[in-house]
Design a protein around this ligand. Structure first.
Ligand code: F6P
Length: 355
C-alpha cells in the first residue's frame, strides 16, 4: 500500500500530529506514505511529492502548522487561471489529479481538511479517488463529529488573550471588543467568552441588537463596574444586518469588532477599543487535548484505509472515533445550538448575547 497524505485549507494546530500518526500507523503495517505538498499541489505539478517515513515525522507532534504546507486557494475542481488579458477563469483539473494519483502508484489518500477540503475530496471520491477524510478546523463547524482538532488550542489562545485584556480594560475603565475567528459558527467566541468572563458575547447564531449590548454596559457602569469585555465572533451580524467582510471576493470575514466598538463609544460615551486576534488563533503548538484527538484521528484514518472504507471521515463521538460518511457530515454543518447547555450557562452567568 502507498498512502498519500494531504493537508488543505487554513492550517490548524494538530495537523502535524495527524501526519505523524498516519505515517507511523502505516509504517507499522508495512505500508509506504507519500506527502502531497501545498494542498493538492504535488498532484498537479505545483510541488514535489514528499516521501514520509519515521524520520520525517520525528518530533513533530507538538509543532503548529503543517510540514506539508497548505493552501485554501487550490481547488482542483475550480482551478483559477489568469487569461492573457488579465481576467480569470476556473478550470476543472480533477482528471489530471486522478491521472497523477494513479501514475504515482498511490492506493489511498488521507485528506486532512475542513468543510472546503472535505467537499472537494467528496467530489473526487465520486470520480474514483479512494479517500478517507480527517476533519480539521479551529472553527469546529464540521458536522458528524463532536469536535475537530485545532478548536481547543484556538479557544485556549483566545481565552488567554481575553484574560490579559481584562487588566488593561479595568485600569483604563474602557470597553474592550475582541474579535475571534470561527466563520459562520460561534463556538470559539462562546467558549472563550464564557471561560474568559466576558460581559457580552456576540455570535452568528444570535443576531444582536446594539441597544441591548449598550444596555448591558450601562448596567455594569451603574453597578460600579467601569469596564466591560465584549467578545465578538467574526461572523456575528446585527439584527437585520449583514456580516462584515474585509475581502468580499474571497468571502473573508472581519471588521465587526471595530464597528461594534465604534457604536458602543458613540452610544454610551464609554471609551472603547477593538482588537482582532486573527491568525494568532491558528498558530502555535496544539494543546494536549488536540494532540490526542489528532493522533487518534490519524491512526483511525489508517484503520479505515485498511478496511477500504473510502468516502468516509473519522469523527469523534465520545468515547469512540467512528467512521462517518463525508457526505453526511457536510450535509449538516455544526452551529451553536441555541438550546445548548453552554448558551444556558452563559445566560445564567449574566452574559448578554445582545438579544
Ligand atoms: O476556517 C479557519 C479560518 O481561520 C476562519 O476562522 C477564518 O475566517 C479563515 O480561516 C481565515 O482564512 P485566511 O487564512 O484565508 O485568512
Amino acid at each position: 500500500m502507498r498512502i498519500a497524505i494531504s493537508t488543505g485549507g487554513g492550517d490548524a494546530p494538530g495537523l502535524n500530529a495527524v501526519i505523524r500518526a498516519v505515517v507511523l500507523s502505516a509504517v507499522h503495517r508495512g505500508w509506504e506514505c507519500i506527502g502531497i505538498r501545498r494542498g493538492f499541489g504535488s498532484l498537479l505539478g505545483e510541488a514535489e511529492l514528499m516521501p514520509l517515513g519515521p524520520n520525517e515525522v520525528r518530533g513533530i507532534t507538538h509543532l503548529g502548522g503543517t510540514i506539508l504546507g497548505t493552501s485554501n486557494r487550490g481547488n482542483p475542481l475550480k482551478w483559477r487561471v489568469q487569461r492573457p488579458d488579465g481576467s480569470w477563469e476556473e478550470r476543472d483539473r480533477s482528471q489530471e489529479l486522478l491521472d497523477s494519483f494513479r501514475a504515482n502508484r498511490l492506493d489511498a489518500l488521507v485528506a486532512i481538511g475542513g468543510d472546503g477540503t472535505l467537499g472537494i475530496v467528496l467530489e473526487l471520491w465520486k470520480k474514483g479517488l479512494p479517500v478517507v477524510g480527517v476533519p480539521k478546523t479551529i472553527d469546529n463547524d464540521v458536522g458528524g463529529t463532536v469536535t475537530t482538532f485545532g478548536f481547543d488550542t484556538a479557544v485556549s489562545t483566545a481565552t488567554d488573550a481575553i484574560d490579559k485584556l481584562h487588566s488593561t480594560a479595568e485600569s483604563h475603565e474602557r470597553v474592550m471588543v475582541v474579535e475571534v475567528m470561527g466563520r459562520y459558527a460561534g463556538f470559539i467566541a462562546l467558549s472563550s467568552g464564557i471561560a474568559g468572563s466576558a460581559d457580552v458575547i456576540l455570535i452568528p447564531e444570535i443576531p444582536f441588537d446594539i441597544d441591548k449590548v449598550c444596555d448591558k454596559i450601562r448596567r455594569r457602569e451603574a453597578e460600579g463596574r467601569h469596564f466591560s469585555m465584549v467578545v465578538v465572533a467574526e461572523g456575528a451580524a446585527p439584527k437585520g444586518g449583514t456580516v462584515s467582510l474585509i475581502d468580499p471576493a474571497h468571502e473573508r470575514l472581519g471588521g465587526i469588532a471595530e464597528r461594534v466598538a465604534h457604536a458602543i463609544e458613540q452610544m454610551t460615551g464609554k471609551e472603547s477599543r477593538s482588537l482582532v486576534l486573527g491568525h494568532l488563533q491558528r498558530g502555535g503548538g496544539p494543546t494536549t487535548f488536540d494532540r490526542m484527538l489528532a493522533l487518534r484521528f490519524g491512526a483511525a484514518a489508517v484503520r479505515l484505509v485498511g478496511e477500504r472504507q473510502f468516502g468516509m471521515m473519522v469523527a469523534l463521538q465520545p468515547p469512540n472515533i467512528v467512521p462517518v460518511a463525508i457526505a453526511e457530515a457536510l450535509a449538516a454543518p455544526r452551529r451553536v445550538r441555541l438550546d445548548s447547555d453552554s448558551i444556558a450557562t452563559a445566560r445564567d452567568l449574566g452574559i448578554s448575547f445582545g438579544d
